[in-house]
Design a binder for this molecule. Sequence first.
Ligand SMILES: NC(=O)C1=CN([C@@H]2O[C@H](COP(=O)(O)OP(=O)(O)OC[C@H]3O[C@@H](n4cnc5c(N)ncnc54)[C@H](OP(=O)(O)O)[C@@H]3O)[C@@H](O)[C@H]2O)C=CC1
Ligand SMILES: O=C(O)C(=O)Cc1ccc(O)cc1
Length: 447
Amino acid sequence: MVSSEKVQQWKATKYIGIIGLGDMGLLYANKFSDAGWKVICCDREDFYEDLKEKHASAKFEVVKNGHLVSRRSDYIIYSVEASNINKIVEMYGPSSKVGTIVGGQTSCKLPEIKAFEQHLPKDCDIITVHSLHGPKVNTEGQPLVIINHRSQYPESFEFVDSVMSCLKSKQVYLTYEEHDKITADTQAVTHAAFLSMGSAWAKIKVYPWTLGMNKWYGGLENVKVNISLRIYSNKWHVYAGLAITNPSAHQQILQYATSSTELFTLMLDNKKQGLTERLLQARKFVFGKHTGLLLLDDTILEKYSLSKNTVNDDTDSKPLPNSHLSLLAIVDSWYQLGINPYEHMICSTPLFRIFLGVSEYLFLTPGLLEQTIDAAIHDQSFRKDDLEFVISAREWSSIVSFSNFELYKKQFQTVQEFFEPMLPEANRIGNEMIKTILSHSKEPLTQ
Ligand SMILES: NC(=O)C1=CN([C@@H]2O[C@H](COP(=O)(O)OP(=O)(O)OC[C@H]3O[C@@H](n4cnc5c(N)ncnc54)[C@H](OP(=O)(O)O)[C@@H]3O)[C@@H](O)[C@H]2O)C=CC1
Ligand SMILES: O=C(O)C(=O)Cc1ccc(O)cc1
């Protein structure tokens, strides 16, 4: 434990540098400078004048480029696009002050670590981080991974730990290999599922919340819509970077597409027994040891709809039962890959916990799985949607496995444009929904 005198001395003498003043860089710059650390930031040189003016009254300093940040900082954090990390570290890394500590915020650590090893002077230590949440989520209590990759100075690790402690996040210490394996299981496949839902709706030109009580109605459906649109309201490079640059993620996303295809085929072939047996095995593997309360309650989530309809508007219609293919497929994927999602809670993002929560609800609410299988086999109402969903899941998997950033961007932005008019409203409702879900799960899910 570092003494408070020591921390005060560091705050008075040391500088934290942030290269990349985008959403996450700005979050860190504000948090660290509010906590009394001296912070120097930069973004691209072209933005310097604008940023200097925009942040004129901030507690942190804006400088022209990464060289100027690097030569003065005692801890440098690269908070830039994953696909550019090598180029940017190559550019500014050699300007790092002698003996400084360097880290980054990119979501997959292998390319970042490689870039640091290749371009940083040998006298620099490498201690890198990853906040497992988006820039608008309260940092308190959320997982924050700290990777002590190379430190030759005894105080380096304590220093980074002290700086990070002002985020009040749950600090988790891993190697970069452990980090990348876990986040492939949690983040990458979660995003693949919600990206596929969104692109399926966009392809059939459906805004699901406009169909009244008839279709896509209820708490589980609200989660699907709100989380999907939340992802599409963000920047494509965040999702592309963490999926494409992480080799383990390719396998997870491919399994998700394969599970979707195989379950859908069983539905088309009317193989109720085969479908039931496969899903019961998956349930036993993933939720077999589950005890206690479920994380999510469908009724809590019912009010977070983008729909302007109220139940009374549609009293004659009954919601059509959904096959919930996207949720069946994730539990099947975990089973096929031998992943216990509860073991990854230390490194979970809010979206992953919500995805696990809705899957848990579907598989563990008495009678709901049986009712869903019945609908999947006998009711054709969601067949067209499910077909598009399967195609979308396979498309995303191909794009990721071919490491095609350009196609990823194009596919993402096409869907984004389709939902554009609704994104601000979806974000507002999604934020409220997430707040409610997180406040109902103070303790992370346990088994
Ligand atoms: N957003 C999220 O939810 C999370 C993101 N991350 C990761 O954190 C990193 C940053 O993400 P985020 O803040 O969302 O992304 P942003 O796009 O908001 O921020 C990245 C910033 O870096 C700037 N940049 C690019 N090149 C340079 C350069 N040579 N010198 C200085 N700045 C440069 C970018 O400018 P320009 O836009 O012009 O390229 C941009 O402003 C990514 O690797 C992301 O994967 C991690 C956790 C959560
Ligand atoms: O919660 C999620 O999965 C998000 O979408 C936000 C996010 C994006 C990238 C990260 O590296 C961490 C969190």
